[in-house]
Design a protein around this ligand. Structure first.
Ligand code: ADP
Length: 239
């Protein structure tokens, strides 16, 4: 088990369809891990299990040392999540969206303005705090969601294909910001099907047909090939 995210023997089936088959990995804090897999590999199923939208019959998940099955409240309090679908209220300001989230999650009112300010500063969004989300571009909206996911100071950050729908510059900006967060000590699990979002120095988990096909440093895994060629050769780009 690590101080970040530990997954042991995780399996899940939809009826007779096996979506995950005995997945295990350990990610310490301070690590950026890209979870790469073609469509149908099982990424969404894994995200749903990690966030407890689904519950697996067996296996173990531990978030910053808390077992998700035995102490779900404590485990989820240590997890920040950015889902694929944006969930901001477009008619509220950036600051109001974060306050609303804080109230929903029972964060103490005492010190909340400073907490919001700090989270926005980490994403270079402090100067946009009083703008309505509707007025922001896609990249800034995503950064707002990231700041919101950090409000309760989680140790583990989970992002489900967070760059879907963003232009190239915004994508690069989000990728860079999240790497900074890992350097500051967060354990980051970034799911994607896009090889160009993965850096050679990133830890890489490749999910294929519900199992871990490869794990290690991206540079070591791809060897002399580009990651894109390696990935296509090993997975055909399909589940
Ligand atoms: P990914 O997110 O990597 O695209 P998913 O976790 O969505 O993969 O899917 C993994 C496998 O489980 C796929 O074969 C998919 O068709 C199947 N699957 C996903 N959701 C359901 C569902 N609700 N019912 C039946 N099969 C499903």
């Amino acid at each position: 088990m690590t101080d970040g995210l530990s997954v042991r023997d995780l399996a899940f089936s939809y009826g007779s369809k096996d979506a995950l088959k005995g997945v295990s990995f350990d990610l310490p804090r301070g690590r950026f891990c890209a979870l790469l897999g073609p469509n149908g590999a099982g990424k969404s199923t894994l995200v749903s299990l990690l966030t407890r939208l689904l519950v697996s019959p067996g296996g173990e998940i531990s978030i910053a040392g808390q077992d998700l099955r035995r102490t779900p409240g404590r485990a989820l309090a240590r997890l920040g999540v950015v889902f694929q679908q944006p969930t901001l209220d477009l008619d509220l300001t950036v600051r109001q969206n974060l306050s609303y989230f804080a109230a929903l999650h029972g964060l103490p009112r005492n010190g909340l303005p400073a907490r919001i300010e700090a989270a926005l500063r980490r994403l270079d969004m402090a100067e946009r705090a009083d703008e309505k989300v509707r007025a922001l571009n896609g990249g800034h909206r995503r950064r707002t969601e990231l700041a919101r996911a950090l409000l309760h100071e989680p140790q583990v950050l989970l992002l489900d294909e967070p760059t879907v729908g963003l232009d190239a510059a915004s994508r690069a900006g989000i990728v860079a910001h999240v790497h900074d967060l890992a350097e500051q000590g967060l354990c980051v699990l970034w799911t994607t099907h896009l090889t160009d979002e993965v850096r050679d120095t990133d830890h890489l988990l490749v999910l294929h047909r519900g199992g871990i096909l490869a794990e290690g440093s991206t540079g070591d895994i791809r060897g002399e090939q580009s990651l894109s060629d390696w990935f296509l050769q090993k997975t055909g780009g399909n589940a």
